[in-house]
Design a binder for this molecule. Structure first.
Ligand SMILES: [Zn+2]
Length: 303
């Protein structure tokens, strides 16, 4: 009966919540990279050496971001797999590594996109307005390294000039970090379940997770209320319609940023969530779940 209990708690979405504190540190580090680039752009505005140009190439500054994301994603995935039915095996390790890498790459791409748009905004400001460079320098040395550069720039513009172009505001920044964090945990959750299905398949069994359902977050009052309760096959995509704009996206799960349109409409700040269902199989009047029996011996999970 011990295994039944284990399986039950598992079915009740024994999901490991990703630790917020560690993530905050990750995002602070990425924010610092963003700020250092902006500072460099402003302070070296008049000098154009080859090294300066290299610094602003995503391929150059992105390598640090991708490293940070890959470590964090691998750790998060490991935690989920440790609490799943996926057994430790070469195939699962390979799939896990590839998946973690892919998730980290997707998140990094979004972060680079943000930094690019920030650098473009700064360039516009430097071209069109007059910035008091020495005052800027004083402020970045005095203020915490994660302070918004938009704020500092605003304070150092010479009188009569307006800030043209735009940098992400602090609020947008927090939202983006939250969205990427949510994407990461939802995607890893989905991938864990996909690996459990793969394992079942390898053992000649039915899929454990057969369908999934969209759950509308009641915090939003308009965007996805019609989506509530929609169920599709585990491997299919939800057809998600933004009730305000009419934009349609095909998403594997709520908050899937990896979609065709790749815009904000159906993913940014979306608090909806996805649940996964397992159908019970009836064999000779006896109703039980195949996977429960099959997995009782492998319930230890990943090490
Ligand atoms: Zn939503």
């Amino acid at each position: 009966m011990r295994m039944n209990k284990y399986y039950k708690s598992y079915l009740h979405e024994r999901r490991i919540t990703i630790k917020k504190d560690a993530r905050r540190l990750l995002h602070r580090k990425i924010q610092q990279i963003n700020n250092q680039l902006i500072d460099k752009k402003i302070l070296e505005y008049d000098t154009t050496s080859d090294t300066t140009i290299d610094t602003f190439k995503p391929a150059v500054y992105g390598s640090e971001i991708i490293k940070l994301n890959r470590i964090a994603t691998a750790q998060d995935f490991q935690r989920l797999l440790n609490n799943s039915m996926v057994t430790k095996a070469d195939w699962s390790r390979l799939v896990a590594n590839n998946t973690a890498r892919d998730v980290a790459d997707k998140i990094t791409a979004k972060e680079i996109q943000r930094i690019e748009s920030n650098l473009k905004a700064v360039e516009n400001v430097m071209n069109d307005a007059s910035v008091n460079i020495s005052q800027y320098k004083t402020l970045i040395e005095k203020l915490p390294p994660t302070t918004s550069r938009q704020e500092i720039l605003n304070r150092t513009l010479e009188r009569g000039h307006n800030l043209r172009g735009r940098e992400y505001t602090q609020r947008e920044l927090e939202r983006l970090s939250r969205d990427l964090e949510r994407y990461k945990s939802n995607r890893l959750d989905y991938e864990t379940k996909r690996m459990e299905n793969q394992q079942a398949y390898r053992e000649g069994l039915d899929r454990i997770h057969q369908t999934k359902t969209w759950n509308w977050s009641e915090l939003e009052n308009t965007r996805h209320s019609q989506m509530d309760g929609q169920t599709v096959d585990f491997a299919s995509k939800f057809e998600v319609v933004n009730e305000v704009t009419g934009d349609t996206d095909y998403l594997l799960f709520a908050g899937d940023i990896d979609n065709e349109h790749n815009n904000c409409s159906n993913t940014c700040n979306c608090q909806c969530w996805t649940s996964y269902e397992n159908e019970e199989v009836t064999v000779e009047n006896q109703s039980y779940s195949l996977s429960e029996v099959a997995y009782s011996s492998t319930a230890q999970g990943w090490q």
